[in-house]
Each structure stands twice: as C-alpha cells, then as structure tokens.
Ligand binder design. Structure first.
Ligand code: PEP
Length: 249
C-alpha cells in the first residue's frame, strides 16, 4: 500500500566526475524499476549532470535542501523552479545537519515543504532527537513537536504527497543505529501523529529510517511494519553498499 523508498544522501561528497561514476554504477547494477523507489541526492553542483544520466531511468533525483522563496535577493539559495529544470523530483528538508549548523527551524522547513509541494517536488522531511533528548526521555516530545511544526497547515492532499524521515541525531554518521524495535516505536508514534492530522494520509505517507543504515542492519530495520525505507548517508557513497541495501528488500 505504501511506497518503499531507499534514498541516498550524499551530503557534501562528490565532484561531478565522482557523481557521474557513482550514478553509472547504480544504473549498471540494474536495480531501477523494481518494487523499491530509489532516489539519489547528490550535491547541488552535480544535479544537472545527474539529471541527464537519470532521465527516464526510473530513479528519482533529490536535492539536499531548497529555499522557501520563489526567487529574489536570497544569496546562495536555490528555488524549486531551478531544481525542477534539472530533473529534480525530491528534496530533503530539515536534515539535522541543517538544523545544527545552519539553525534551520521547523517553521522554515514547513514553508519550504509547502513551496516544494506547490512546485511538484516531493519533500523528505527529517525529524529526530539528540542523544541528550533521548536520555532525558524526551524523544516523543521532540519528534512530536517537529512533526507538528513541519506539517502545520498541510491539507490532506499535500500530506499524502509527503515523505518523512526519522533520523535520530545520535545515529547519524556515528555507526550507532537504533535497534529495529527502537526505530519501530518512534515510526509508530510518528504515524499516529500524522493520523491525528489525516487518517488516510497516515496510511500513505512513507516514513524512512536514517542513521548509520548499512548492509548489515538494513534487513532488520526495513522489515518493521512502520519502516517504509531508508535515508542512507555514508553507505550511499559506495555502489555495492547502496545496491546491497536496496537488494536487502
Ligand atoms: C543522513 O545523512 O541522512 C544519514 C542517515 O547518514 P548516515 O547513514 O551516514 O548515518
């Protein structure tokens, strides 16, 4: 009923030639067009060449962030329209690294997600607690507030086109992964929060898990009932690892 999505967040990795090689490897692996929706999110500088390579491949192309504005005096920002012309289909929003290093807030993510949806892009909205918040028993409060803030004012038809990624901050790039049970508990909680906004949408919105997903742990995580795929960072930079995770499904 829900889509299964494996998305690769390359972060600030990959020159244009390196990105071209990585995409070539994924295309050669023949994983496109199966039951798993695949999305790669290279840096902005590689989106144009990636868009050409991925055209008609069945693999989605994601940006790692997007402006909430249409155009104007916003130095260094990138609009939805600019992304669309490169063949971009998705955009990550509110990644914890954007929240931590660039002070992005739920409000900004909310406005950018609305701009993305209005332009026909699929937002992948990231939420997740820090270790401190988990240790003080505030995981649900933190994630619940992030879901309420980032999805505020979404009409049901927009909610149904949204993807959420639960990424515990303490598990990103650290090698620490939530156990399948820990992750499933939060995914179930998030689905409940979405259900409070719209029941039908809650059944449709894919909720991805992110945080040190690799070949060895993907199977256990991705077979949980409320985990509909993964947002993969480090392991998406190696063809064999990324393709292996897709094949684990
Ligand atoms: C991410 O950047 O979204 C991520 C989950 O990274 P990693 O898989 O490297 O922890």
């Amino acid at each position: 009923m829900r889509k299964t999505i494996i998305a690769g967040n390359w972060k600030m990795n990959g020159t244009v030639p390196e990105s071209t090689a990585l995409i070539g490897g994924i295309l050669n692996a023949g994983v496109a067009g199966g039951k798993v929706e695949i999305v790669v999110c290279p840096p902005f500088t590689a989106l144009e060449s990636a868009g050409k390579l991925l055209k008609d491949s069945g693999i989605g192309l994601g940006a790692q962030n997007m402006s909430e504005h249409k155009s104007g005096a916003y130095t260094a920002e990138i609009s939805a329209e600019m992304l669309l012309t490169l063949g971009v289909t998705h955009t990550i929003l509110g990644h914890s690294e954007r929240r931590q290093y660039h002070f992005e807030t739920d409000d900004r993510v909310n406005r950018a997600a609305k701009a993305a949806l209005a332009a026909g892009l699929t937002p992948i909205i990231c939420v997740g607690e820090t270790l401190e918040q988990r240790d003080s028993g505030d995981t649900e409060k933190t994630v619940g507030d992030q879901i309420a803030g980032t999805l505020a004012g979404f009409a049901a038809d927009l909610l149904k086109k949204t993807v959420v990624a639960y990424e515990p901050v303490w598990a990103i790039g650290t090698g620490k992964t939530a156990t399948p049970e820990m992750a499933e508990d939060v995914h179930r909680f998030i689905r409940g929060k979405i259900a409070a906004l719209d029941k039908e949408a809650a059944n449709l919105v894919p909720i991805l898990y992110g945080g040190s997903v690799k070949l060895g742990n993907a199977g256990g995580l991705l077979t949980q009932p409320n985990i509909d795929g993964a947002l993969v960072g480090g392991a998406s930079l190696k063809v064999d690892d990324f393709v292996g995770i897709i094949n684990a499904l």
